[in-house]
Design a protein around this ligand. Structure first.
Ligand code: SF4
Length: 286
């Protein structure tokens, strides 16, 4: 078997085994893949379709200039070629503003919220809401091993362990009909391997960073992890193996007294009176 075919087969097998071991998807699931048009989500979209699941794609147009435009074009072409229905939603239509506008206005008001935090909160909110409306039973994301490792270390260094209790191959700690379960079939795949797979398959994706990714702390962790990995191969796998051993305990601790409330403004799930999305949007007006 040529080297490339061996690599491709190995990555596909790893994804198939992850789905099986963690029971991420079953044949009756209505699966929605959250796609950005990047290498990770395009790879998992392709693989989920290849594995024969009933799949649709959903994407959020963030309105980040030519970056969003090109990603949407690429994703549209990919879905057309692979006969996958693509559902498009956008920040502009849902919130009245693009991500760039939100970032600039919040900054001008002196609100110290990182661009990625705003984007992440609003995107998760929309994806969950839309997935529920579409009656999807699983929402798949393209998170890979590197993403998870970075999140675990960031939470450790910031002492925000409760956040780590929501990580893992199946995200979240509380089951509720308002939440569509989010699953990560690329959980054990290194980012560099997903990139290699995507390049070998010739997927139409941009390999450049989002121009709004200013999360300095995440980038520091990412660089440090990559340099450790060079000297100590498998360091990322070992972090995740250790993390998965501790996850049941973490979940037990943080699951207590978890009550799902509904946002007083939009009716979506919330930990407090108002959900984080409504809080962010209200900051624009005040
Ligand atoms: S890098 Fe940040 S701003 Fe860009 S798409 Fe990702 S979360 Fe959003």
């Amino acid at each position: 078997m040529p080297k490339n075919n061996k690599f491709i087969g190995k990555l596909e097998e790893k994804v198939r085994k992850t789905i099986k071991k963690y029971n991420l998807i079953d044949s009756k699931d209505k699966v929605l893949v959250a796609c950005s048009g990047g290498k990770d989500s395009t790879t998992i979209l392709y693989l989920i379709k290849k594995l024969g699941y009933n799949v649709k794609a959903i994407t959020v147009d963030l309105g980040i200039g030519s970056y969003s435009k090109k990603n949407l074009e690429n994703l549209g072409a990919f879905c057309k070629e692979n006969k996958i229905k693509l559902i498009k939603i956008s920040f502009k239509e849902e919130f009245g503003h693009t991500q760039c506008y939100l970032r600039d206005v919040l900054k001008s008001k002196g609100i110290k919220l990182k661009s990625c935090s705003v984007c992440g909160v609003l995107r998760r909110y929309l994806l969950n809401k839309k997935a529920r409306e579409l009656k999807a039973t699983k929402l798949i994301t393209g998170h890979n091993l590197d993403d998870e490792c970075q999140a675990v270390l960031m939470n450790l260094f910031r002492n925000t362990l409760e956040r780590s209790s929501r990580l893992g191959p199946i995200s979240g700690i509380v089951k509720d009909k308002k939440f569509v379960p989010r699953v990560k079939p690329l959980y054990f795949c290194l980012e560099k391997d997903v990139e290699e797979y995507s390049r070998l398959m010739g997927f139409p994706v941009l390999y450049q960073k989002c121009p709004c990714s200013y999360d300095v702390f995440r980038n520091q962790i990412k660089n440090r992890l990559n340099s450790y990995e060079k000297r100590h191969p498998q360091v990322k796998e070992h972090i995740i193996t250790y993390f998965l051993r501790t996850l049941p305990k973490l979940r037990k601790i943080y699951k207590q007294n978890k009550e799902i409330l509904l946002c007083k403004n939009c009716g979506e799930p919330s930990k407090k009176g108002f959900c984080n999305s409504c809080r962010i949007i209200s900051m624009l007006k005040n």
